[in-house]
Design a protein around this ligand. Structure first.
Ligand code: SF4
Length: 699
């Protein structure tokens, strides 16, 4: 073990919260994580150097929580959880999953992998699904965050990933367009890079329905109407082309399909943009001119753009805008999706925990790819795409999907219309949850397998800039809780396989054999003194990795002919519009002190002391009309359900628009959101729901 009793153990590791991928030294003592210090050599922390945010600095305390699950739990005949031995719990899982598959077919079972665990763990979960269970149903929570980004960037540029680097490119751009991203709260260290650069003279343009923290630093903040992003982005392209501000040389040399986009954007006149998106024509013009004048531009976005029934269209429009301006493939420029969870790029994408996409985004229907995996696994992976997360829950609801293996995910709180999600989980014949706490999802389980946290594991995370970095343990899992990769291996072996990995480094060796973009990644390189993580694609052991994608000099977009594709974007109305019954528009999002469904951060006192419960932001004039005062509790109701939350009266939101954070189980915002999906990816429209608010007249 790396842990030495009584002494402080110090290891360089990677933050387990957001996908900025900050590096720091974590300290451990007596099996607990006790603190975080900056690394001694800032070059070893490429994204953050010495900085960390409050979550990185104090958030590790969740690992020491008394609420950790320390023993396997099995539901008894009375419906209660009982502690069980690992043998009992694993046998039960293997027997129940086999029985369901024997009776109802291999696809009667589905798996959800985690974006919080390591690459190695995610790789094994998809291998378990495809090889051991033989099911095509494997997905993860990236479905709910950046699946639209991946789809749009794959179609236009080839790779569904951030094109550039945090420190050098985002930190060094001449101008920014940031939209649908509460950067200062969701990606704090990355926001600091932007703020420093803006202070040094870079231009910042922010388009967002809510006046988020980053807007306070902007040269131009434009408030948009939720759900109409294609309109203003196409409007920008139209203005740029009409006024001859586009990069014609870049477009001619590197792209195809510009004429189709030129034609499409004609309809997005300034009048149309104002009508749909609420953006005044003078603000559209000044944003277009700022972006066109800049030498280099970074386009940054997050859930405000992706979680929409027009999500893929939003991001196609964004890629079209960057291509129109020639702002890809050079230092200081690029398209920068700010990914959410620590390893959503790796575990939620690169590792193939996706229906219809093998590790490294390889197509299972391609015979060469399928044969390669068949040779390695002695089993051909299913060729057909499987069910996406929301489809798994719908099929469970209908009684067609009967068993699920859920690793480190919490669909009972993260899905839209959680009443429906909970009913689906209840309907399952067998649910096994592998997690660290009794999550809202785990309460529906038949078996709970206690797992390890990031301060307790070896592995790798891939951050939002495609950088693969080492994770090292300074703490030990409590009780008999185990490493996730060990648990999945135990299950595989109970189901007739003979996996014998001794350490995550061996899993990474298998990944690099099978995944070309990780071809040159191994632990020796990641640990050597002069390598500070490797950015994919990293083709072989001599390849240095790829700091920014689509280098002009190499001229290579990821298509056979090396040319990027313009794809015309269009968007309809959101799935629900305000009406007499539900006259207000609700958006949801994040706060600095919490993370996702709050399972981790709600267990850290230092974070709860800042924001300890859910709340709703209401504009002062809307609050006046409703007779709501700051600090009182209100009932918020949609067609799906209702919640009670505390009102914060603020002009961060506009008249008629409301905001509730997503992190709380009491006053859960997804009680209100709707099951309306982007047709291409199945991402839910979390950002636009119609609601009404009633004052309860109590503090
Ligand atoms: Fe961790 Fe993100 Fe904060 Fe960095 S910015 S310390 S990666 S939560």
């Amino acid at each position: 073990s790396d842990y030495r009793l009584g002494k402080i153990d110090k290891k360089e590791t990677t933050c387990g919260f957001c996908a900025v991928g900050c590096r720091f030294e974590m300290w451990g003592k007596d099996g607990d994580a006790i603190g975080v210090q900056p690394v001694k050599d800032p070059a070893k922390a490429p994204a953050n150097n010495f900085s960390t945010c409050v979550k990185g600095k104090f958030g590790h305390e969740f690992a020491n929580s008394d609420e950790r699950i320390t023993e396997p739990l099995v539901r008894n005949d009375d419906g209660e959880f009982e502690t069980a031995s690992w043998d009992e719990a694993l046998d039960r899982v293997a027997n129940e999953l086999s029985a369901i598959q024997a009776e109802h077919g291999v696809d009667a079972v589905g798996c959800l992998a985690s974006s919080k665990g390591s690459n190695e763990e995610a790789y094994l979960v998809q291998k378990f699904a495809r090889q051991v269970l033989g099911t095509k149903n494997i997905d993860n929570c990236a479905r709910l965050c950046h699946s639209t980004t991946v789809a749009a960037l794959q179609q236009t540029l080839g790779y569904g990933a951030m094109t550039n680097r945090i420190n050098e490119d985002i930190g060094g751009a001449d101008a920014y367009l940031i939209t649908g991203s509460n950067t200062t709260e969701s990606h704090p260290v990355l926001a600091t890079r932007i703020k420093q650069n803006v202070r040094d003279g870079a231009d910042l343009v922010v388009f967002d329905p809510r006046e988020v923290g980053i807007a306070e630093h902007a040269d131009q903040y434009t408030r948009t109407k939720p759900g109409y992003d294609v309109a203003w982005i196409n409007g920008l392209i139209r203005y740029i082309v009409e006024n001859d501000l586009h990069d014609e040389a870049f477009i001619d040399r590197n792209t195809k399909g510009f004429e189709k986009v030129k034609e499409k954007v004609q309809a997005f006149t300034p009048e149309k943009v104002e009508e749909l998106a609420g953006v005044p024509s003078e603000e559209l013009k000044s944003a277009a001119e700022t972006l066109a004048d800049a030498e280099t531009v970074v386009f940054g976005w997050a859930m405000g753009m992706t979680q929409s029934s027009n999500g893929t269209q939003n991001l196609l429009a964004m890629a079209d805008l960057a291509l129109t301006l020639g702002q890809i493939g050079k230092p200081g420029a690029g398209l920068s999706p700010f990914r959410g969870q620590n390893n959503v790029q790796g575990g939620g994408g690169d590792m193939g925990t996706l229906p219809g996409s093998l590790p490294g985004y390889q197509d299972p229907a391609n015979p060469e790819v399928a044969e390669k995996f068949e040779d390695a696994w002695s089993k051909r992976p299913p060729e057909e795409p499987g069910l996406k997360v929301p489809e798994m829950l719908s099929e469970a609801h209908e009684g067609n999907l009967r068993g699920m293996y859920v690793v480190g995910e919490n669909p009972a709180l993260s899905e839209p219309d959680i009443q429906h999600a909970e009913a689906a989980l209840e309907q399952l014949e067998f649910l096994v949850v592998q997690d660290i706490f009794m999550t809202e999802t785990a309460t529906h389980a038949d078996v709970i397998l206690p797992a390890a946290t990031s301060p307790e594991k070896h592995g790798t995370f891939t951050n939002t800039e495609r950088r693969i970095q080492r994770v090292r343990p300074t703490a030990t899992p409590p009780g008999t809780a185990r490493q996730d990769w060990e648990i999945t291996q135990e299950l595989a072996n109970r189901l007739g396989y003979d996996w014998d990995y001794d350490h995550p480094r061996e899993i990474m060796d298998e990944i690099s054999d099978l995944v070309p973009i990780y071809g040159g990644v191994n632990y020796d390189r990641l640990e050597s003194g002069d390598e500070h993580g490797l950015q994919w694609p990293c083709w072989d052991e001599d390849h240095p990795g790829t700091p920014y994608l689509y280098d002009y000099e190499d001229g290579a977009f990821n298509f056979d002919d090396g040319m990027a594709r313009f794809v015309p974007a269009d968007g309809g109305h959101p799935g629900e519009l305000p009406d007499e019954e539900y006259p207000l528009t609700l958006t949801s999002g994040r706060v600095l002190y919490h993370w996702h469904t709050g399972q981790i951060t709600r267990r850290v006192e230092g974070l709860m002391s800042h924001v300890g419960e859910s709340f709703i932001e209401i504009n002062p004039s809307t609050a006046d009309e409703l007779g709501v005062t700051d600090g009182e509790y209100v009932r918020v109701e949609s067609r799906r359900g209702d919640i009670v939350v505390k009102a914060t009266v603020t002009d961060r939101v506009s008249e008629g628009t409301l905001f509730i954070p997503m992190h709380f189980a009491a006053g859960a915002v997804n009680t209100l959101t709707q099951e309306n999906f982007d047709p291409h990816t199945g991402i839910p429209e979390y950002k636009v729901s119609s609601v009404r608010v009633e004052s309860l007249g109590m503090d």
